[in-house]
Design a protein around this ligand. Structure first.
Ligand code: NDP
Length: 392
């Protein structure tokens, strides 16, 4: 029986809270805190069991530490934005409480998508005797666990990994992002990068694409992006020769993005407007649909997985592990679209692994460092069933 403090009250948080409520034997007490208290109260009102809500500015480690001291949680689940990762990690360190998130820390003024800042907490977390679990969403998160599972059960050596992420859903808006628009657009407009033969190869944004045949969805144009899990998987998968990340985008999405980029609306450099400094990308976020509101009419599926090539018992082999998730089914269950769902469910499962002691450690960890088996079992149990297929 445990108590969790969940920080952030957006699309992903709504799923995490609802999923934790479905597992009362582990998540006995839930405190939900965010910058806007009314958003926490709105989520609380939709539940069939009581939770506590609170207001917090998670950019301020002292406020987070005070909240932790007041409620004494066993674990803090950070589903606010990547900018808050370090202040929340600092507060956990000060109060001696375990930490979990779904996205790497990002400085507000430069898009990096790298773990260096959080890995730098390794010694301090270890000395304090607490644990941080980084990136417990779908990608990063489940994709890392798929890699650990392939390494443990399917291959003697993995030579190449392609992480392939397809959203074949339609939300009916001309342009919207499926999770926080600012983070999403920062991720796509930065340079692409993949790892081959021991080094990183950088490419212009969206300059490499190909059609990938996604299970239960079919062929879709996919673009090579840099994604944070590549950084940790390169360290932890032995014998790897190449790893890449691919994501699908429709033509309309790319056209909108190109126009927004051409006119400067995706910039994270502040501009002067009527005596105020505004960040164009933050203003754009304010006028775009809230990702949490997209679920109502969302149709179609996500199909996300990892394609592995390597060797087993001396024979070459190629296999894929994947999950398919239906937007409308997610909305029916938790009033969320599949992108929030596929992130929120693994966050709950990661928290469960930690709280039940199935994943234990002192220090800062990425998902692939733990035994994948109990996590894979929980994915089947809590709404993200996976399959393995042989590929030619
Ligand atoms: P939203 O923008 O919907 O929600 C973010 C929430 O964080 C909002 O409630 C916001 O408050 C709150 N917040 C922002 N700043 C602060 C602050 N200073 N103090 C307290 N609360 C704050 O984002 P999503 O739910 O779409 O995404 C949540 C996280 O999940 C992001 O980090 C995202 O990168 C990650 N993610 C990970 C994925 C994965 O597969 N690993 C996939 C998708 C998302 P307010 O309401 O006041 O603005």
């Amino acid at each position: 029986m445990s108590k969790v403090l969940i920080i952030g009250a957006g699309g992903v948080s709504n799923v995490v809270v609802q999923k934790c409520c479905q597992v009362p034997d582990v998540f006995e007490d839930i405190v939900l805190a965010s910058r806007t208290l009314s958003k926490c109260d709105q989520i609380a009102a939709s539940l069939n069991r009581p939770i506590t809500t609170a207001q917090v500015d998670a950019d301020d480690p002292d406020q987070v530490a005070a909240l932790i001291r007041k409620h004494k949680p066993d674990l803090v689940i950070n589903v606010a934005l990547p900018y808050q990762d370090l202040p929340i990690m600092d507060a956990c360190l000060e109060t001696g409480v375990d930490y979990l998130d779904t996205a790497n820390y990002e400085p507000i003024d430069v898009a990096k998508f790298e773990y260096s800042w959080q890995w730098a907490y390794q010694d301090r977390y270890k000395t304090k005797g607490i644990m941080a679990l980084l990136g417990s969403g779908f990608d990063p998160g489940v994709t890392n666990v798929f890699c650990a599972y392939a390494q443990k059960h399917l291959f003697d050596e993995i030579h190449t990994i392609d992480i392939v992420d397809c959203n074949a859903g339609d939300h009916g808006h001309p342009f919207a992002t499926n999770f926080n628009p600012e983070i999403n657009i920062r991720e796509i407009t930065q340079k692409g990068k993949y790892w081959e033969a021991g080094k990183w190869i950088e490419i212009e944004p969206m300059s490499i694409s190909k059609d990938i045949d996604y299970p239960e969805v079919g062929p879709k144009r996919s673009y090579l992006l840099y994604h944070e899990e590549l950084e940790s998987l390169v360290k932890f998968v032995k014998g790897l020769k190449r790893i890449r990340f691919w994501m699908t985008f429709g033509e309309a999405y790319i056209n909108h993005l190109q126009v927004l980029q051409n006119v400067g609306m995706t910039s994270i450099e502040p501009v002067e407007y009527e005596g105020h400094k505004i960040v164009p990308l933050q203003f754009l976020k304010a006028v775009l649909p809230d990702p949490g509101s997209l679920g109502v009419n969302y149709k179609g599926k996500t199909s996300i997985g990892c394609i592995f090539e390597g060797v087993k018992d001396g024979q070459p082999k190629k296999q894929m592990i994947y999950n398919v998730c239906d937007h409308a089914a997610c909305f029916k269950e938790v009033k969320a679209q599949a992108v929030s769902y596929t992130t929120g469910v693994p966050a709950m499962i990661g928290a469960k692994m930690l709280l039940t002691g199935q994943w234990q450690g002192k220090g800062v960890f990425n998902m692939e460092q733990f035994d994948p088996d109990p996590f894979m079992e929980a994915l089947n149990q809590y709404g993200l069933p996976w399959k393995i297929i042989d590929l030619p």
